[in-house]
Design a protein around this ligand. Structure first.
Ligand code: MEV
Length: 319
């Protein structure tokens, strides 16, 4: 407690799915990496009723929203649910408050911004009231929020935005953590186009309903790629990992979660010398990744991607 208000802070980072997105919703495995180059921080100031500085309501300050927290319903619906659930479950008086969100995670680009927001927000709330937050409770709160943002999420985003290590993930199972160490670089590029994970996930469900046998085959094939990639990671076989990324992208295209700009950037990355490239996350916009065998090639790939229209690029050493 600081004077007449409580202050709580929570943070989470971005994420990259190396392989297995979308198929993971259908119980296939996926591999994800923490992406700490981008982060999201939530600060909550909760005022006691008699504090003269207390705002009359819950207000939000972020790059996207200013003003009444409950008036901005769409993309804040997940954390509004967390807010209500928290005060109901812990039987605390709802305070007036100022919520501040600062983020370098580009929103709706498959980098885990909604899961990072739910995680950082939950952490900030528990920190504010100095209530111990165990891993299970954090998962419970963030999953509720992600269900609103994504419909039927696998849960991979919620796990990776708070993990220091890479994860091998299967829906409804605990993630298996491992240290990724490869003599390679990952180039991450933002198409600058907003993706829509919710829509892409439900379109894959529809496709599965319409053409069950063939789509089941594609989803299973992605699962097999992930298993083979885990073996290639253990053997540090970056050439094979690159090929598997390309194969994974082919099946993501079959699932119709690619788009023109992603295809264009993937092609550009490959012609600039990447070992493999694919979209990452929900697709239909958002981000793509490319694997390069050295920093020199990674820089060359990033430069090509910028010229080809990428809004922003990041280099990530996997060593
Ligand atoms: C989104 O980052 C990953 C998807 O597989 C959805 C999910 O797993 O919930 C597309």
């Amino acid at each position: 407690m600081d004077g007449a208000y409580r202050l709580g802070v929570g943070q989470a980072h971005g994420k990259i799915i190396l392989a297995g997105e979308h198929a993971v919703v259908h119980h296939q495995p996926a591999i994800a990496l923490p992406f700490s180059s981008v982060k999201l921080t939530v600060r909550i100031k909760a005022f006691t009723a008699d504090d003269p500085r207390s705002p009359s309501q819950v207000t939000i300050h972020s790059d996207y929203d200013q003003g009444d927290f409950f008036a901005h319903s769409d993309h804040l619906a997940g954390i509004q649910t967390i807010w209500s659930a928290f005060f109901d479950e812990y039987q605390l008086v709802r305070p007036s408050a100022i919520i501040q969100i600062k983020s370098t995670i580009p929103p709706e680009r498959g980098m885990g911004s909604s899961a990072a927001l739910a995680t950082a927000f939950t952490r900030a709330l528990f920190d504010c009231y100095q209530i111990n937050l165990d891993s299970e409770t954090l998962s419970d709160y963030t999953h509720r929020s992600e269900q609103i943002a994504h419909g039927n999420p696998s849960g991979i985003d919620e796990q990776i935005v708070r993990s220091r290590d890479a994860i091998y993930f299967k829906k409804d199972e605990m993630p298996a953590y491992f240290q990724l160490s490869l003599p390679a670089y990952l180039v991450v590029a933002d198409t600058g186009e907003i993706g829509n994970t919710h829509r892409a996930v439900s379109d894959v469900h529809l496709l599965l309903k319409e053409k069950t046998t063939i789509v089941k085959g594609w989803i299973t094939a992605i699962g097999e790629i992930v298993e083979e990639m885990m073996r290639a990671i253990k053997q540090k076989d970056i050439t094979l990992i690159g090929k598997l990324m390309n194969k994974n992208y082919y099946y993501l295209q079959q699932l119709t979660v690619n788009n023109e700009k992603l295809d264009f950037l993937v092609q550009n990355a490959l012609s600039a010398g990447a070992l493999g490239a694919k979209l990452t996350g929900g697709g239909r916009g958002g981000c793509m990744i490319a694997l390069a065998e050295s920093e020199r090639i990674a820089k060359k790939v990033a430069k090509h991607l910028k010229t080809a229209g990428a809004k922003e690029t990041w280099l990530l050493s996997l060593e």
